[in-house]
Design a binder for this molecule. Structure first.
Ligand code: SAH
Length: 339
């Protein structure tokens, strides 16, 4: 494993094991995580030490797509082994939010999602997740304040690397991002939610719901056949209580599938009693799925119905909608020769 996946303590042990003073470990940690660099030859570490260090994990910006409509930028990153992953940088009033990937591909099989169409290629390392943030910060001389795990991959399916990534990103000697400014989005892996609750870290949890009915949800999201809605909502409640936080529920609106008034009412009753925020996402149609997005009117009425019932709900702003939409579409379009 490459050394930019390590904590300061692990790097101190690494330095000592290579005949160096312990403090070289901390120096490596701040070089990687505070300066956000990997060009060790330009650090002030001893040359004979650097020469013993194998190539470290990286995620280089391979292509950048800049929206003409707003300040959003989408990236394809190239990993050391040539795999491509994608991410998005969004500029809000409060600062920069970056959406990052946790896996190359995905094995969850949601029918509307481009990331999963070719299955899982491999997990990302913690350092490959960190590098997505650090290379973008260096390219634009910015500091990213919010990190969202909503790129390709299911974070709970790469639990250990994701958790270590979040801890490294939080480290006071490194990037020092607060846990509340990190959002982990899951398709509904209940044992992962419970495991994360036990970590005692106030990481913001988002759950991709997309239907208030088990039969429809099982049709569009295979994970529902393993953990049904009742189990999922119970886990969300436990997470909310353990972390004293509100849960975000993502709900992608699919025309004629999950966007009627009945769905809105059922969604409201499902989440009743939970500290919840509902984020409505207009579907980005993909070739392999024969459904389209709900009309603007249907989206508005769905929102209004939820508000009337007393739910907290927003429609996701479609940032950078002119530059190949969401989750896996960038990588797939690029590899398919469309971009
Ligand atoms: N695997 C995690 C995180 C990545 S997906 C999860 O499922 O939550 C991020 C969000 O984008 C999820 O809510 C997902 O369901 C949604 N999504 C995927 N493909 C989409 C599409 N074509 N249109 C709209 N939303 C999509």
């Amino acid at each position: 494993m490459s050394i930019n996946n390590l904590t300061p303590e692990e790097l101190e042990a690494y330095a000592e094991a290579h005949g160096e003073k312990k403090f070289r470990g901390k120096q490596l940690f701040t070089f990687f995580n505070k300066s956000g660099r990997v060009d060790l030859e330009h650090s002030n570490l001893p040359k004979n030490f650097i020469n013993q260090i194998p190539r470290v994990d990286d995620a280089k910006i391979f292509r950048t797509y800049v929206s003409k409509l707003d300040d959003t930028k989408k990236f394809l990153f190239e990993l050391n082994d040539g795999n491509l992953i994608e991410g998005v940088l969004m500029h809000y009033k409060h600062g920069y939010s970056q959406c990052i990937s946790t896996q190359v591909g995905c094995r969850m099989g949601c029918v509307f999602c481009a990331s999963t169409k070719k299955g899982l290629v491999r997990n990302l390392t913690s350092a490959e997740m960190l590098r997505q943030v650090y290379t973008v910060e260096a390219a634009y001389h910015i500091k990213v304040s919010n990190v969202i795990l909503m790129g390709s991959g299911e974070p709970m399916d790469n639990y250990d690397n994701v958790l270590k990534f979040l801890k490294l990103l939080h480290h006071p000697q490194g990037h020092h991002t607060s846990y509340r400014n990190m959002t982990l989005s899951t398709c509904g892996v209940v044992d992962g939610i419970d495991k994360l609750a036990r970590e005692g870290l106030p990481i913001t949890l988002a759950i991709s719901l997309h239907s208030p009915y088990n039969d429809l949800r099982s049709d569009i999201m295979p994970i529902n056949r393993k953990y049904n809605l009742e189990e999922l909502i119970a886990a969300a409640k436990r997470y909310s209580e353990a972390t004293s936080s509100r849960i975000t529920f993502e709900y992608t609106l699919i025309a004629g599938e999950n966007d009627t008034r009945d769905h809105a009412v059922a969604l409201y009753s499902l989440l009743k009693g939970l500290r919840a925020h509902i984020n409505l996402i207009p579907l980005n149609a993909i070739e392999e799925y024969d459904k389209g997005r709900s009309t603007a009117e249907a989206i508005q009425s769905f929102k209004k119905e939820l508000e009337r019932l007393g739910a907290e709900v927003t429609i996701r702003r479609e940032l950078g909608s002119d530059i190949s939409a969401s989750c896996g579409q960038l990588r797939r379009n690029f590899e398919g020769g469309i971009l």
